[in-house]
Design a protein around this ligand. Sequence first.
Ligand code: SF4
Length: 598
Amino acid sequence: MPLRALYAIAMPGTRLGSWVRSLLETVNAGLPFEATARLLNHPLCGRFSSTGLPPEVWATARATHPDSIAAWGTLGVDLSILSWPATDRRDNWVQRLQNVLDTFQVRHRAARWAREAVAYYKLQESLVDLSQPEAEILTLERWGAEISQLLAMLTVPAAPGRGGVELHSPVSMMGTKYDHVFVLGMGEGMFPQPVSISFPGLINFKPSPPDSSPPRLPIPGPVEMAEREARAFWSLLQAAAGNLTLSYPLVVRRQEIIPSPFLVQLGCVGVAPETMPVASVEEARRVYLTSMGGNKGVEDSVIKSAYQAWRVEVRRESGALPDEYDGVVGLPLSVAQQKFSPSQLTNLGQCPFKWFAGRVLRLAELTEAETELSMSLRGRLYHRTLDIACKLVVGLNAEIKNELLTHLDAAFLKAEQVENLPPLPAWGARRQEHLATLRQTIQTPDFLPEGAAVLMTERRFEGEWYGLRVAGVIDRVDRTAEGLAIIDYKTSSQPPKGAKDGDDKPKFDIQLPLYMQLAETALFPGEKVAVAYYYSLTKGTILKKVELEEDALAQFANNVKVRLQTGQFPVQPDVEREACRYCPYDLVCRAGSRLNRK
Ligand code: SF4
């Protein structure tokens, strides 16, 4: 049942009011990315499409964060209409605003809501007055302030329109007549409202001189206020020309409600409805969902799919084994066609659905422009710097660390360019700190032990591992007296999480054992890998050395093959949900307390 509420709300509370305000703030601030994006994606902006910026433009905008008219122009978004001068004539400012409203098709979009349409025409009327005196020169700031003041003064009906049920306060019903009047909230403490006395105006009240007559303030006392409520109720009763229905809720927030004293005075006795009427289509659907078995004939375009979705959710939340809506799709994948990186295998071993969502469903978060030195950007910067510097010492057997330190500054500079480092606040000083960290790290004994020499860095490889196709990049391989050393750099201070072990904890390392085995068989056949470890570039220490557990690795690879062949990728993280910590698929997999019931 449509509702009409004719009480007034201030223009800033409407979509149009908030859009115009945000337009002025955005232009005034020089089109910062986030504010401009909000403006362009606002429901009232029909310039590009019904849902704001087209998806492909939006994806690029998020990845690059354009913050000027020229930068938006490179994405094909012409915002020259927002190029406003610092000062202009008053009539020109009005015209500029009109041009933006026209270009962004705000009137057309506002027509979808009765209130916004009314707001649009009210604003138009007021702009005519605001354009006088035409030749007056205003700054952009002043113009923005005037528009804000104008919006604050304008009001529109909260829910205008035709037909439906009108909502009124009791006072506004005085002197009116309606065929049907429904009075809601006839409970004690609701109507009449408890009398409260609070007169902030008294704070500024200046008493009259002693010889004058006592001041007369139009302040109603408690008795007068109670009388007002009674009069309002009386006028309500008079407004009903046909039916009058008085009702009150039996319970509000678990508290029982008793009838209003007005009902008692009228001698009305409340009667609870035998069956509660269904108040909306949505409520009807909720009722049908639970009784769908016996109501298959319900005519509703939504209910059938809603029922199906509801059944899926009920099962998902139950203790039943995972089904196709929980990753067990039962569709086999070709083992031969999959190529795994070590991190993919680790993901699969941590939670099969995590791998399935990323690699098979190809779900991914939108690329976001880096505006700070994120953990991953810092990691890439450190890796790249050491790669560049270490390549320059390959083949050296002495003074390696000194050489590395000599090349470090230039390598860091090159890495900044290669990684396309965005402008970062106070980067001049901060980069010195990062360089100092790397310098310190290189000087630690574990970074390059005595007698070791760098053999190669950033070594790409492809090969076969227990019947699985694998590919990856080894950060660094050293030659030592005992054999090869494989090093994987980390910028964290903890060893990385592995696949689930026998205790369901993410401690079974896949990455380095895979590197070791591939190094001995494919990369350096005939050579022996003496050691493989994770090395923290920020702590300057070895985080973890790994051992080969060949039987367990073979079993793991076999499990991967079975999963692919049977299409089983259930939502099954480790027992402590470590795998979920930075997982981007939590909204899709609906992990939560339900997993404890599985
Ligand atoms: S959030 Fe947790 S349960 Fe969900 S997919 Fe990621 S790892 Fe698996």
